[in-house]
Design a protein around this ligand. Structure first.
Ligand SMILES: Nc1ncnc2c1ncn2[C@@H]1O[C@H](COP(=O)(O)OP(=O)(O)OP(=O)(O)O)[C@@H](O)[C@H]1O
Length: 255
């Protein structure tokens, strides 16, 4: 890791455009250890594309991505060793129980012995509030329960960086509050770092200590939540102002 400023994730001039010309362009952002960074943008703004690019699921056109100081092109394995992620919908084995789903994923992580593996699985289940349902088949789960299991899969390797794409999708109010408290506690106690996308400003306002606004494939601004709320009544107002300014600039450019 770059110890000078505890940078966990560094994205420099990321460009990933699909054949239709959509995607993300010129994204630069740094995420420091223990940060909870929200990537706020409307539908189709490029949140998933950016996240997939960061974890090597997209072949990028241009740019550099480093995780814990390792370039994902040069040393993908080291870069991803301490990363947990949930991008889009969780990939689950419907015929397996929640426990079995996690056990299947645990094969890829290096646990010193069976007991530690079992503890890690039970811990992940209890973190997301699924311990009571550990023996139930994933196929019988509601949307929110599937999402909780997806988050458990992301947290299973005890990651130091967690990337979550709209993690509260399908969660009920208690689920949202519960997952928020888990994320905050992991950040405060273990200095776990989070990059979390969403399009609901009020949710990210409560959860994140920094926010990056993405719109039409471009990163328009990045700021601490403290500074945002010092200058605007809410994150939603900040978002609307930033996007409004970008639209005005674009309009002037076209005229
Ligand atoms: N595989 C693909 N092929 C072509 N275009 C794509 C592909 N994936 C994404 N796009 C386009 O890239 C843009 C960004 O999409 P992306 O899924 O990253 O947005 P998002 O911010 O995650 O949206 P949402 O909030 O709806 O999930 C959109 O215009 C989308 O249509």
């Amino acid at each position: 890791m770059d110890n000078k400023n505890n940078t966990v994730l560094s994205v420099h001039s990321l460009k990933k455009l699909f054949r239709n010309g959509r995607g993300v362009n010129n994204i630069t952002l740094n995420v420091n250890e223990g940060d909870i960074v929200g990537l706020l943008g409307p539908n189709g703004s490029g949140k998933t594309t950016a996240m997939k690019s960061i974890i090597g699921m997209n072949r990028i056109d241009e740019g550099e991505i480093q995780i814990f100081g390792y370039d994902i092109d040069d040393d993908f394995e080291s870069a991803m060793e301490s990363v947990g992620c949930l991008i889009e919908t969780p990939a689950l084995y419907d015929r397996m129980s929640a426990y079995q789903n996690l056990k299947a994923a645990a094969r890829f992580y290096k646990y010193p012995d069976k007991r530690t593996e079992t503890e890690a699985i039970n811990n992940a289940l209890s973190l997301v509030g699924l311990d009571k349902y550990s023996k139930d088949k994933a196929g019988s789960f509601s949307l929110g329960m599937r999402q909780r299991l997806g988050i458990a899969l992301a947290l299973l390797p005890r990651p130091r960086l967690v990337i979550l794409d709209e993690p509260t999708n399908g969660l009920d109010i208690e689920g949202v509050v519960h997952i928020r408290s888990v994320i905050k506690e992991m950040s405060e106690k273990n200095k776990t770092t989070f990059l979390i996308s969403g399009h609901v400003a009020s949710e990210l306002e409560k959860l994140c200590d920094k926010v990056a606004v993405i719109y039409d494939g471009r990163l328009l601004a990045m700021n601490s939540m403290e500074e945002v709320l010092e200058n605007f009544p809410s994150l939603e107002d900040y978002f609307l102002s930033i996007v409004g300014n970008a639209k005005d600039t674009e309009r002037r450019r076209v005229i």
